[in-house]
Each structure stands twice: as structure tokens, then as C-alpha cells.
Design a protein around this ligand. Structure first.
Ligand SMILES: [Mg+2]
Length: 312
């Protein structure tokens, strides 16, 4: 594995967590004025630099992938239930409905079907926000990258848009890791993942939007749109993430998605050091252990190599 690829794989993991943490204080708030954007790690409902459920669920997925590949959905469901039972500071409504049913004794298949029946159009961003570990694990295995992107989504989010968005993000990351620019990677990924016309229109038109047109809600289409908009209209990791999290609303999730993409494109070395130093969170939840940027670097290295050695 060459140094550039390794920098990109690490940048994806660290970037996702940093986008989540920078967006944390902006979540649920209206976007700040364009001339007064938040550019530093700031406290909100958690201390400055804290990552949230987006990253925690990604870590549960990453650990499941380290435990077994191809992904075992039963193992992933067990890890998600252990996480929710440890009392995360935040959890999406739909995700919570699914995991509570599993905890009460349903299989994940029964639980997800019941939750989806309760709100058939539910297509939240909860599986897209945590999808990036699959892209790192399968940076050299496109078939399994696509299959496990879908598989990780299905455990909580079976809507066709959520399956497609997870696979699409990871297929884009696959090409970015290999040196494509973002625009080309987005096009190449579109040939790999079947999307309905409306979802594709959201993706294709994303870069042309103005800041004020973007809703950035918890809908998977909005999160994907915000992330692509930010990364395509910026020329650095920092500017992409600042623009995306300052859309407010579901800021941390859009930040995590954009962070994975921009981190993969610009690499770990392009992520501002002051943000890396501030990043932290407890993992596993309830363990008292604190994760920092270095732990995300190690995680990326382990995910990217079957035996956990990168050869560097
Ligand atoms: Mg969150």
C-alpha cells in the first residue's frame, strides 16, 4: 500500500469523525449567517470536539467488520443494541425503534420490517452517516464493498434510497481512494449503483445549489445533497466541512458524510491539526476509554488490511 492511499484511507476515518464533531453544536439549529460561520470546534450539548451517534455507530460497524467479513448482520445488530443500551447522547428515532424491538427479542429482520411498516416512507440518513468503514475495509474489493454497504444499511434502514445512498457514497470513496477527483468519482459511482431517477437528480444537481436552497434535514437525500454540494464547491478539507456543518439542522450528519469524502480526497495530512487535537469521544460507550484522532488512524489501518499491518 503506498503512502498516498494510506493517507486517504486514514483521512476518511478521521475526517468523518471531525465533520461530526464540528457539526455537533450546530445540530437542530438554523444555519448561521454566511458572514459568521463557525470554524472552530465549539461546545454544544457536548464538550467541544466531541463526536456523536454518527461516529459511534460507524465504530460499531467497523468493529463488526474487524470481527468478520463479509459483514454478519446479526453481529452488527448485537453491537448496535449494546451501544443503545449504554445510553448514547443521541439516537435517531427510526434507529431507536428498530434497536428497541431487537432488544425486546425480535430478530433484526422482524424489527426493521415492523419499524418500516410503521412509517413506510422513512428514508433517514442513519445508515449513510455510518457507512464509511465499509469503504475502507473494501478499498480493494468493489463487489464486497457494494454488498456490505447495502447489508449494513438493511439492519436498520431498508428503504431503497438509504441502501442506494450508502452504496453510492462508498463507491465514490472507492474511486477517490484510487486517485479520481471527486467529480469523476461521483460519475463512476453512478455507473455502479442503481438509483431511482429522483435520487439521481438530487445527486447530479447538488453542486449547483446555493447555500440558501439546501434544507439539510435528516432525510437521506438532503444529507447526500449537502455533503456533495460542500465538497464539490470547496478547494480544501477545511472549507468543505465548514460550509456543510454551517447549513445547520442535521449538521453533524452532513458533516460526517462530507468529512469522509473530503478526508478521503485531501488525505489525513490536509486535515487541520487544531481539529484533530480537539477530537475525542468515549468508546466503547460506557467503558470510560477516550478515543482520539490517533485511534481513528489505527482503526483505518486495521480495517484496510486483513492482518492489521499496513506494511509501513
Ligand atoms: Mg449525531
Amino acid at each position: 500500500m503506498n503512502d498516498t492511499l494510506l493517507d486517504r484511507l486514514r483521512g476518511c476515518a478521521v475526517g468523518a469523525a471531525i465533520g461530526d464533531a464540528l457539526g455537533m453544536p450546530l445540530e437542530f439549529n438554523p444555519p448561521p449567517p454566511a458572514d459568521n460561520l463557525i470554524r472552530e470546534m465549539t461546545g454544544g450539548r457536548l464538550p467541544a470536539g466531541s463526536f456523536t451517534d454518527d461516529t459511534e455507530m460507524a465504530l460499531a460497524l467497523a468493529e463488526s467488520l474487524l470481527y468478520q467479513r463479509p459483514l454478519d448482520p446479526d453481529d452488527l445488530a448485537r453491537r448496535f443494541v449494546a451501544w443503545i443500551n449504554a445510553g448514547p447522547s443521541d439516537v435517531g428515532l427510526h434507529t431507536s425503534r428498530v434497536l428497541r424491538r431487537i432488544d425486546a427479542g425480535a430478530t433484526w429482520e422482524e424489527a426493521v420490517e415492523a419499524a418500516q411498516r410503521q412509517s413506510p416512507n422513512s428514508a433517514g440518513n442513519g445508515s449513510l452517516m455510518r457507512a464509511w468503514p465499509v469503504a475502507i475495509a473494501y478499498w480493494d474489493d468493489l463487489d464486497n464493498l457494494l454488498i456490505d454497504s447495502w447489508r449494513q444499511s438493511r439492519v436498520t434502514h431498508p428503504h431503497p434510497d438509504t441502501l442506494a445512498a450508502s452504496a453510492y457514497l462508498n463507491a465514490t470513496l472507492y474511486h477517490v481512494f484510487r486517485g479520481s477527483d471527486i467529480k469523476m468519482a461521483l460519475i463512476l459511482a453512478s455507473t455502479l449503483v442503481k438509483m431511482d431517477d429522483e435520487l439521481w437528480a438530487v445527486v447530479e444537481s447538488a453542486p449547483a445549489h446555493m447555500r440558501d436552497d439546501l434544507t439539510n434535514s435528516g432525510w437521506v437525500r438532503h444529507s447526500l445533497q449537502s455533503a456533495i454540494w460542500g465538497v464539490m464547491n470547496a478547494d480544501s478539507f477545511e472549507e468543505a466541512i465548514v460550509q456543510v456543518v454551517n447549513l445547520g439542522n442535521d449538521a453533524d450528519t452532513a458533516g460526517a458524510i462530507a468529512g469522509a469524502l473530503a478526508g478521503a480526497y485531501y488525505g489525513l495530512s490536509a486535515i487541520p491539526e487544531r481539529w484533530r487535537e480537539a477530537l475525542h469521544g468515549e468508546w466503547p460507550l460506557g467503558s470510560g476509554q477516550i478515543w482520539t484522532a490517533d485511534d481513528f488512524v489505527n482503526l483505518a489501518d486495521q480495517l484496510a488490511t486483513v492482518d492489521g499491518s499496513t506494511g509501513t
